[in-house]
Design a protein around this ligand. Structure first.
Ligand code: SAM
Ligand code: DTB
Ligand code: SF4
Length: 342
């Protein structure tokens, strides 16, 4: 068994093509090796993460992805973190799928504000045939605006993945959420293998995979390593890896969960960067509660994507001005300058 301290960092040449152009290839990671990375002294871990990051990306550039909840609340699943589950008494009101024009209005606004990717989320266990037809229409419309498209609709069957691919879907987001041995503590209405099957259907249809997880749900140190091992050992590993810090929402079973040490969150980003060198590692939910200094550390640890816009799905996110200013203060900027901006 190799430990992280023994492991040498493989240095790759920066690629000529865009980072998401080809599916990333894998090195196999043991949970032990990943746990050893987590245990490195903080400066050593960040140095390693930065070294890997710079081999593949410009460390001053951050991708902007905007989220829109196209179908909110009333979900039949019991995910313990989620304010959209019908099983919990939260402030979220259930609504039906948004109309095309409403979605396009939001997508145009996101593009004008500088987003390059538009991610549509629906509070479904899984979409039905008629839902897929409607979402395919949304995907075509958003794609026509010149944005990258992403959807997160729950479990996806093979034929549904193909239909979305044909409509022009670039990415599908479906998170593994946590380690296999902690999963049953958080969700009982579906199993880990369902998640892996969905990711296989997405890959099979030629859609790029966006998959990550949530930390701060009461998982152990080893279980955080276990989540990263599952993601890094997907072959190929995901092109996008959202790392969410639990947003504790009143009414959910995790509302009173003890917050995670913010440095442990930064470590999770660093370990994701080291084990999935070519992925976009997205600093996702929880930024509003995190403060500028921890976000800056996350960028130093290799995060190079954020959700951009003042709302995630149902909870708050820093407003776009705050994000632009934070990046300016750090001498950083968006990965793709929108037309007309300098
Ligand atoms: N219903 C679909 C599904 O579960 O795949 C799509 C939407 S679901 C809200 C997308 C992801 O948001 C979840 O997998 C979870 O990782 C993340 N999420 C939901 N609630 C969260 C919370 N309170 N804090 C952090 N992340 C959360
Ligand atoms: C992901 O990993 N995080 C986003 C996106 N994918 C869909 C969702 C975060 C949701 C946070 C809670 C809410 O706003 O409802
Ligand atoms: Fe439903 Fe998705 Fe929330 Fe789970 S995470 S309750 S599947 S909306």
């Amino acid at each position: 068994m190799s430990t992280a301290t023994e492991q040498t960092i493989t240095l790759h040449r920066p690629r000529a093509t865009s980072p998401a152009a080809a599916a990333p290839k894998n090195e196999r990671w043991s949970v032990d090796a990943i746990e050893a990375l987590f245990k490195l002294p903080f400066p050593e871990l960040l140095y390693r993460a930065q070294t890997v990051h710079r081999e593949h990306f410009d460390p001053t550039k951050v991708e902007f992805a905007t989220l829109l909840s196209v179908k909110t609340g009333g979900c039949s699943e019991d995910c313990g973190y989620c304010p959209q589950s019908a099983k919990y008494d939260t402030d979220v009101k259930a609504s039906k799928l948004m109309e095309l024009e409403e979605v396009l209005f939001a997508a145009r606004r996101a593009k004008d504000a500088g987003a390059t990717r538009f991610c549509m989320g629906a509070a479904w266990r899984e979409p039905k045939d008629r839902d897929i037809e409607k979402v395919a229409e949304l995907v075509r419309g958003v794609k026509d605006l010149g944005l990258e498209t992403c959807a997160t609709l729950g479990m996806l069957k093979e034929d549904h993945a193909k239909a979305l691919a044909e409509a022009g879907l670039d990415f599908y987001n479906h998170n593994l959420d946590t380690a296999p041995d902690f999963y049953g503590d958080i969700i009982t209405t579906r199993v880990y293998q369902d998640r892996l099957d969905t990711l296989a259907h997405v890959r099979g249809a030629g859609v790029k995979v966006c998959s990550g997880g949530i930390v701060g749900m009461g998982e152990s140190h080893r279980q955080r390593a276990g989540l990263i091992a599952e993601l890094a050992n997907l072959d190929p590993y995901p092109e996008s890896v959202p790392i969410n810090n639990l947003v504790r929402v009143e009414g959910t079973p995790l509302a009173n969960q003890e917050p995670l040490d913010p440095f442990e969150f930064v470590r999770t980003i660093a370990v994701a960067r080291i084990t999935m060198p070519k992925a976009r590692v997205r600093l996702s939910a929880g930024r509003q509660q995190m403060g500028d200094a921890i976000q800056a550390l996350c960028f130093l640890a290799g995060a190079n994507s954020i959700f951009y816009g003042d709302k995630l799905l149902t909870t708050g996110n820093p407003d776009t001005n705050a994000d632009v200013q934070l990046l300016q203060r750090l001498g950083m900027g968006p990965a793709h300058q929108p037309p007309g901006r300098t």
